[in-house]
Design a protein around this ligand. Structure first.
Ligand code: SAM
Length: 213
């Protein structure tokens, strides 16, 4: 390539890097969306109102293992770690290697584990980290755009991996995941958070102690 073609290319590369640095985590998230729009499903991370409301019903004293699906750039990770007991663990699972790499570089808390993989494999991942069950599972997955069959497989695996009394916390831009959850969770609390771009549906599916559940 002639050296005259390299100059504009290098300039555009430098400019992109500068914009990404200036945007911080939002830039990493935006880049993830531009590369994998269907899997990421959103252009802006969740608002602090969504985070606080979603996490409010969690019984933190009795939470030893918190699992998060689709952490992106960690919008929920820090608030979860702020609330989590000192001997607790937060395992996050994301299919996007760039997000996992970013999280491993930026969150150094010893209770934090970032796994590159699919939420459908949550049971194997939880077992590999020495746990039988999770106390809570949080999901920011775009259920409506996941490949055929993946959403139901994740909902079923989540119900199996949760302990009795635990909950599946979901935030979504469509109500689709709520119908999916209703197959596995008999007790589901619901809300809408308007102070999010766009507004989102929140739900908490509780796994009852009932052996038939
Ligand atoms: C809407 S973004 C979530 C953003 C972030 N949690 C927030 O609060 O702003 C959805 C995330 O789900 C991830 N994802 C998509 N399919 C997945 C799967 N099967 N298992 C785990 N993560 C997945 C994407 O890579 C992306 O990071």
């Amino acid at each position: 390539m002639p050296s005259s073609d390299l100059a504009p290319q290098a300039l555009s590369h430098r400019l992109k890097r500068r914009i990404k640095q200036w945007l911080g985590p939002q830039g990493v998230f935006l880049e993830g969306f531009l590369r994998h729009p269907v899997m990421v499903g959103s252009i802006i991370p969740s608002s602090r109102f969504t985070i606080d409301r979603m996490l409010a019903p969690v019984d933190w004293d009795n939470c030893r293992l918190f699992v998060e699906y689709g952490p992106g750039v960690g919008t929920f990770c820090r608030p979860v770690l702020d609330r989590l007991r000192r001997d607790g663990q937060l395992i996050v699972i994301d299919t996007n290697p760039d997000f996992i790499d970013y999280l491993r570089r930026t969150i150094t808390d010893s209770r934090f584990v970032a796994v590159h993989g699919s939420a459908a494999d949550v049971e194997a991942i939880v077992r590999a980290h020495g746990h039988d069950h999770a106390d809570y599972v949080l999901s920011g997955l775009p259920f409506s755009t996941l490949p055929e069959g993946v959403g139901p497989a994740i909902a079923a695996a989540t119900h199996r991996v949760l302990r009795s009394g635990g909950a599946f916390l979901v935030y979504q831009f469509t109500a689709r995941a709520q119908a999916l959850k209703a197959r596995y969770f008999r007790r589901i609390d619901k809300a809408i958070e308007w102070r999010n771009v766009p507004p989102c549906f929140l739900s908490w599916g509780w796994k009852d102690a009932d052996p038939a559940d």
